[in-house]
Write a protein that binds this ligand. Structure first.
Ligand code: PSU
Ligand code: MN
Length: 303
């Protein structure tokens, strides 16, 4: 049944047959998270880092009504350049498939596709979460419900402070999603190594992280795990700068009455504009750092 929708690249198919570790990658970050051509360069570099660390990358997207697990160069290029690729989260998948459209998968949608493809580890930059003032707007990313239900470990650099990080942690706690700090006691805030919030558990090696993930699923405790990996120090942005910029971006979003799935891409775009590209360099560095850690976790899990 599912074969009808899933299409594996040769590389990923071969990895599956040989039981090699595989790491899923999202495509919203390519189509809606970074500008061209940095998006394509980063996507390729991230794939290369995963290979160098002993795993096989599987970038996921919806193309022409198929869920692609592993993309060709041309497909990556298309996702990076085309202006008519939808941002695809859980609710968008059936429409995009049945109408044979193209979609760049968010964390939520990538988790769904990774689970269908039996891939246990997924590397990204930042997860969606509970937005500031969500008590009025009810803007809570579908990523959090996916983390509650879908058996994929997500390696990220924490949550951006465009979100309400405290409420995001409360939400994850309610749904039993462990937030693990990789070599850190505090939850990183994407552009910075720390935030005012603690992680639930600190683990210092990828073997320990893999053991915890395996234990969760062996216990039948369904749902994801957040592995929070801080941005490398030399790329971290000054917190006063980033806070100022985020306040400005949030005010502009409000002024322009941005809503629904436009909110996150709008805020990310503004932050980039207002930091004159510094945020982009940080974003690229942290994703690459996550790729290394995610690959090593996948290797440990495959042992
Ligand atoms: N956070 C980032 N960069 C991103 C995203 C989030 O720092 O590119 C993307 C991810 O694909 C994430 C999505 O799953 O935005 C969340 O969107 P929303 O808030 O609409 O659920
Ligand atoms: Mn939202």
């Amino acid at each position: 049944m599912l074969e009808k929708w899933l299409e594996f690249s040769h590389e990923v198919l071969e990895a599956k047959e040989k039981g090699k570790p595989i790491v899923a990658l999202e495509s919203t970050i390519i189509s809606h998270g970074m500008p061209y051509p940095q998006n394509i360069h980063t996507a390729r570099e991230v794939e290369a880092i995963i290979r160098e660390n002993g795993a096989v990358p599987a970038t996921i997207a919806i193309l022409n009504g198929k869920i692609k697990i592993g993309l060709s160069n041309e497909e990556l290029e298309y996702l990076g350049q085309s202006k008519d690729v939808e941002k695809a989260s859980r609710r968008d998948i059936p429409y995009l498939l049945s109408c044979k459209k193209n979609g760049a998968t968010t964390v939520a949608a990538t988790m769904i596709c990774a689970e269908l493809a039996e891939i246990e580890v997924f590397v990204t930059g930042g997860i969606g979460g509970v937005h500031r003032e969500a008590e009025v707007t009810m803007d809570i990313s579908a990523d959090l419900q996916e983390l509650a239900n879908t058996n994929v470990a997500v390696v990220c650099a924490g949550a951006k402070s465009i979100l309400d990080i405290g409420l995001t942690l409360e939400y994850l706690e309610t749904y039993g999603v462990p937030v693990v700090g990789f070599g850190t006691d505090t939850l990183p805030a994407f552009y910075s190594m720390t935030s005012p919030f603690n992680v639930n558990f600190r683990l210092d090696t990828t073997n320990e992280v893999a053991d915890m993930i395996r234990t969760k699923w062996e216990m039948g405790l369904n749902g994801g795990v957040v592995v929070a990996n801080p941005i490398p120090e030399e790329y971290a942005l000054e917190e006063s700068l980033i806070n100022r910029v985020i306040e400005k971006a949030l005010a502009e979003a409000k002024e322009n009455q941005i809503g629904g799935k436009q909110v996150t891409p709008f805020l990310l775009g503004k932050v980039k504009e207002l930091t004159e590209g510094k945020s982009l360099a940080a974003n690229i560095a942290l994703v690459k750092n996550n790729a290394r850690v995610g690959a090593l976790i996948a290797v440990s899990l495959a042992k």
